[in-house]
Design a protein around this ligand. Structure first.
Ligand SMILES: Nc1nc2c(ncn2[C@@H]2O[C@H](COP(=O)(O)OP(=O)(O)OP(=O)(O)O)[C@@H](O)[C@H]2O)c(=O)[nH]1
Ligand SMILES: [Mg+2]
Length: 464
């Protein structure tokens, strides 16, 4: 189907700011070729441009005839393009100034500046991709680990879309049976076989939904990542632990208590999970104003933490102050990390288990790096709540938005089952079924409201 090119012609710089090998100005819409022809002077003058072919030449200012840059330009005819509208790309030298100069000429020639994500939005509105695939583009750009990339790539290929479609087909076939039952209420033959319908819906809808909802937690962990705060008394080795995890000397370490005044944040990759790790100022009765501010920041970071590493010093043994921190934190996801085991007072870890009951424990030396592998495993299992049978091939992972709609679909479908149980009239069953279908349609963008679309595409960068 040829899309109508009703959208205005839009243009943006598609490459990131700063110097680079090449930079690209992208144009999409029905005037794309016309604009190219006004600005571009191919080395061999062309009457017509062949689609998807690179041409070598120069961009000139149409008014002054000044040459702006030496470029490669390509015209891609609809519908075989990213947006399904006509697209032109001008590949110039990767100077932001040159890119801005070219973009300015493209805009004067009739394009309007693209909004963030607008190219991808057109691809969605023109039906080339569904909403889950548009979101996958965003995840792909954002992914921080290879695992995140795999998940995004699978979604871009349409894995989630396909699952949603097969669930929708099952709901649609139930609906068509119910509609026949509505249209022919007095038939002798029983059209609606509630038992069979219940079985079908359960197996093809509820079980499938449940599997997807369960994997959504993984999506959050592997795409958004988690935040881990290192907490503990001054001098227990928090900054040393951060450095050991990062395998670099990031934070200042001294034998003086109160070395770290501010929070320090870094990213690391633990088994494919992006982890934001935060070193904090040691918690104690503040002795100086700067330290007091540091401690306040620590408290803020704790609010956002998915996991708290409570660090204690094995060369001292558990203290009352450690215990106070544990009392304050024991409602939170907590992992006790016994540090400095290379100079431990008492190598028996059971002391800690008694002192901090019910908290999972890892023992390390940030100095010799003993036990660091086990600590990473413990962090991984703490946030995946042990339930993780993570299999890297399993990449169909809904995001938070999808999960919310999947849950609503599940609840409405459950109501259909309950209705079948109590012989609810078919027209009432049909209403619940339609609600389930609408919630499901939200995921792929069929029934999604304009606000939600704006929010999703607004998160993209300009030029994507
Ligand atoms: N032997 C040994 N010493 C360690 C270990 N970890 C840290 N230290 C030492 O303990 C002291 C304090 O380490 P830091 O990492 O600065 O401790 P901190 O908890 O960040 O301290 P504040 O920022 O002041 O709260 C330094 O002298 C470190 O070299 C360890 O595993 N073994
Ligand atoms: Mg420190």
């Amino acid at each position: 189907m040829m899309p109508e090119q009703s959208e205005p012609t839009i243009a943006a710089i598609a490459t990131p700011p700063g110097p680079g090998g090449i930079g690209i100005v992208r144009i999409s819409g029905q005037d794309s070729l016309k604009i190219l022809k006004q600005l571009f002077h191919p080395r061999h003058p062309q009457k017509e441009y062949t689609s998807h072919k690179m041409y070598y030449g120069w961009i000139q200012d149409p008014a002054t005839k000044n040459t702006i840059d030496e470029v490669l330009a390509v015209y891609m005819r609809a519908p075989h393009t990213y947006t399904r509208n006509d697209v032109v790309e001008i590949h110039c030298h990767g100077s932001y100034l040159v890119l801005q100069e070219i973009l300015a000429r493209v805009l004067s020639a009739g394009a309007r500046p693209a909004d963030p994500g607008e190219f991808t939005k057109h691809a969605f509105l023109n039906g080339r991709i569904d909403l889950t695939q548009a979101e996958a583009v965003l995840e792909l750009l954002r992914a921080k680990t290879r695992e995140g990339l795999n998940i995004a790539a699978a979604q871009l290929k349409g894995q989630l879309h396909d699952r949603v479609v097969s669930i929708r087909d099952a709901l649609l076939s139930a609906r068509s049976i119910i509609e026949v039952a509505i249209d022919f209420p007095d038939e002798d033959v029983e059209i609606l076989n509630p038992l069979k319908m219940k079985q079908d819906i359960n197996q093809n809808v509820l079980v499938a939904l449940d599997t997807l909802i369960t994997s959504a937690d993984r999506g959050k962990i592997f795409l958004d990542g988690i935040s881990v705060v290192i907490l503990g008394r001054p001098n227990v080795g928090k900054s040393s632990l951060l450095n050991a995890l990062l395998q670099e000397d990031r934070a200042i370490v001294t034998e003086m208590p109160g070395t770290t005044r501010d929070t320090i944040e870094e990213y690391l990759d633990i088994k494919g999970m992006p982890v934001r790790i935060i070193d904090t100022a040691g918690i104690r009765e503040a002795v100086e104003a700067v330290e007091e501010i540091g401690i306040l920041r620590t408290k803020q970071k704790l609010e956002e933490a998915d996991l708290v590493l409570l660090l204690v010093d094995a060369s001292v043994g558990p203290t009352e102050e450690d215990h106070r921190l544990y009392e304050n934190m024991k409602e939170r996801p907590l992992l006790l990390v016994v540090n400095k085991i290379d100079i431990a007072l008492d190598p028996d870890l059971n002391t800690y288990k008694d002192f901090f009951p019910g908290v999972p424990l890892a023992a390390v030396s940030a100095k010799t790096r003993d036990g660091m592998g086990d600590l990473e495993t413990a962090i991984f299992y703490s946030v995946t709540t042990g339930s993780l049978t993570w299999d890297p091939g399993h990449t169909c992972v809904p995001n938070v938005r999808h999960a919310a709609s999947l849950k609503k679909t599940y609840d409405s479908t459950q109501k259909v089952l309950d209705g079948l149980e109590i012989d609810l009239p078919p027209d009432l069953l049909a209403i619940e079924l339609q609600a389930a279908l609408d919630y499901l349609g939200d995921i792929v963008g069929q029934t999604t409201t304009e606000d939600v679309l704006d929010k999703i595409f607004g998160e993209f960068c300009i030029g994507k």
